[in-house]
Unconditional design. Structure first.
Lengths: 354, 354
DNA sequence: TTGCACCATTGCAACGATGCACCAAACTAG
DNA sequence: CTAGTTTGGTGCATCGTTGCAATGGTGCAA
């Protein structure tokens, strides 16, 4: 159906081997004119080497995997685009997988990717344990965990890339404290994931710095068992706002798990007739595209996504290119923790006088 | 490195052919006990067939391509997730490509996908002409164009899937007219893409139905030459709002190209001190996740994305499975136009009395 | 003149799975 | 009892590319 290397060889009057040599940059081993003839033939026939055949032979793949909770969440969509851009610069493509935060789907996807010859995957999972994908890493899969920090049980070769969640949450919380707020709430879904826990620690650290105790704060983490999916963050925020604002002693400021959740909180506050930015302050996390389009524009913690995507790709590239021993004992395991940045907009303001 | 079919065969005491037969559902050609032995061996060794080898031999691929302008736009992210879900149900995966609305990138990506053995692609491009990808379609690529309607020069096998943009825009506009608005604006970037044009026609049709002329309307389509990318829609809306509201006779209602643009308009109106929903009405298009989180929640036209994604996958599946003649003369070319739906929220209200 | 090194180029055996054509054994019919 | 058929399973060429080992031709030193 398509043009093969044999047809190119015939057209150029050389052997397939020579064409292969041209294709793989071994053109110093032949006469310049030969190389030219081959290149002309390639152009004339519009030949492109067959990917699967190449991959079968070499074991290398130009495709890398990306497993995210859900691209419908703009945060992950944006990350996906940055990662794709980094991959494209090196001539790679990205295979997209939505895990819906389900460990079984994460594992299934990684296994399929492995069987498809994909040797490098960015896994966006904030689960504390990665044991469900360990067998593949041991077989030689290069794995970069995104939005997650290193844990004791991690395989030695694992690279973690994340923003410093504790620092981010601390920045957010201190911003509120400096504005005079003394009754704060932290809104999150369940605290199972490592980065939610880290953000909570940052929240607590900031409070301690101001001499506040648990008495002055309230933590809202949703219905105990119900687990919120990635598209339910806004609902979560809305419910949280409804419940928190109906209590006898409502908080004057809220630190939200992320921007989607913060937008939900703003909507919930609006439902309750409160003016966000004056009656109630809200800080988000991520700085998604829509954060500064919200009403009021959202004060939030920015994740340096382009730099994070570049780093993720670079590690993948290095890992896949490196020695691929059966033990997966490549060097370079560890964590890369980037510094987040506070972006002040209008959803936060001085604490109202009681 | 990985387990091969030969090892499974050895483990089960049969030939590779028999294992292949089991793998491909030809198990009626063997004793039940043989089949059982093979399946046990597969499970014991954790064998998964090598994708590239399989694909090289059969020409079939389990991967399909998706080319979108940018997954950072939540509309495309959501569509990507729905398409992936449909593909997953049939055991397929999705390779993601961001074209940034650049025809050259569209073509390059399609060529790479084709070389990778991918025979079915959903192309989300609203360019009037698809000539830059025609050669591949002629070679046998099954192409589904999304968010675009049929054009005269289209290849016969091309399937177009889109919402009825004209009807959608007409619904939006009539909603405003029925609320008493008589001075309307249509905000779009350049009108090059077919669906923007269709939306504009729907806008005009509704106006005519109410006996209004071009005198009463104003069209804003950005700086003539500057072309806005997918992430610039909010900026576009904001600029439009700023300019439109500063004129001597500002519109009381605006039909926006899409939700991202509408959110920008809302932000722009807020900058100008206007209350959206009372002073100014705004209608969006798409119904992205964040539409009902906006302040005020956005009245918009909903695209039935899950149904559209299912249809896109179904056509791809049928096309790739069908006869793959060199002429690309498969049956089933044409358009599928789904009906959009008006979702009324709070960004629209009765026209203010002048 | 022979031997050797060097050069551009080519032959060939893989990579792992597939599926057609074939085969041996067991059964059936006449 | 033999010819024909069915059953259960295998051998082998093949998909397109790669890269090592091998080819034969040329130039140079001995």
């Amino acid at each position: 159906m398509s043009v093969t290397i044999h047809q190119v060889a015939a057209e150029a009057g050389v052997s397939p081997s020579t064409v292969s040599n041209v294709l793989n940059g071994r053109s110093d081993r032949m006469l310049p004119q030969t190389r030219e003839r081959v290149e002309e033939a390639i152009a004339r026939l519009g030949y492109r080497p067959n990917g699967p055949a190449r991959q079968l032979r070499t074991g290398r793949s130009q495709v890398l995997g990306l497993v995210v909770p859900s691209v419908a969440n703009p945060f992950w969509g944006t990350f996906a685009r940055h990662l794709e851009a980094a991959a494209l610069r090196a001539g790679h493509r990205v295979l997209l997988c939505n895990s819906e935060r389900d460990p079984a789907r994460e594992r299934d996807y990684l296994e399929e990717l492995w069987a498809d010859g994909i040797r490098g995957v960015v896994l966006c999972s904030s689960l504390p344990s990665l044991e469900h994908v360990l067998p593949l890493v041991e077989q030689g899969l290069t794995l970069v965990a995104f939005d997650r920090t290193a844990q004791a049980g991690d395989p030695p070769s694992l690279v973690n890339i994340s923003v410093d969640n504790a620092v981010g949450a601390e920045l957010a919380t201190r911003h509120l404290l400096q504005l005079g707020h003394r009754r704060l709430a932290f809104v999150s879904g369940s605290l199972r994931s490592v980065n939610r826990r880290a953000r909570f620690r940052g929240f607590e650290a900031a409070l301690e710095g101001f001499g506040l105790t648990a008495e002055d704060t309230v933590v809202w983490s949703g219905a105990a068992d119900h687990d919120y999916g990635d598209l339910d963050f806004p609902d979560l925020g809305r419910s949280a706002a409804r419940e928190l604002l109906a209590t006898g002693r409502p908080p004057t400021a809220i630190v939200a798990l992320n921007d989607m959740c913060a937008l939900g909180i703003i909507a919930g506050a609006r439902d309750a007739g409160l003016q966000v930015g004056t009656d109630l302050s809200v800080v988000g996390f991520d700085d998604i595209v829509l954060a500064d389009l919200a009403s009021p524009p959202l004060t939030t913690i920015r994740q340096p996504l382009p730099a994070m995507a570049d780093a993720a790709f670079a590690h993948l590239h290095a890992g896949v290119g490196g020695t691929s021993g059966t033990g997966g004992a490549r060097s370079g395991g560890g964590s890369l923790l980037l510094r987040p940045e506070l972006v002040v907009r209008s959803s936060t303001g001085p604490a109202p006088r009681a």
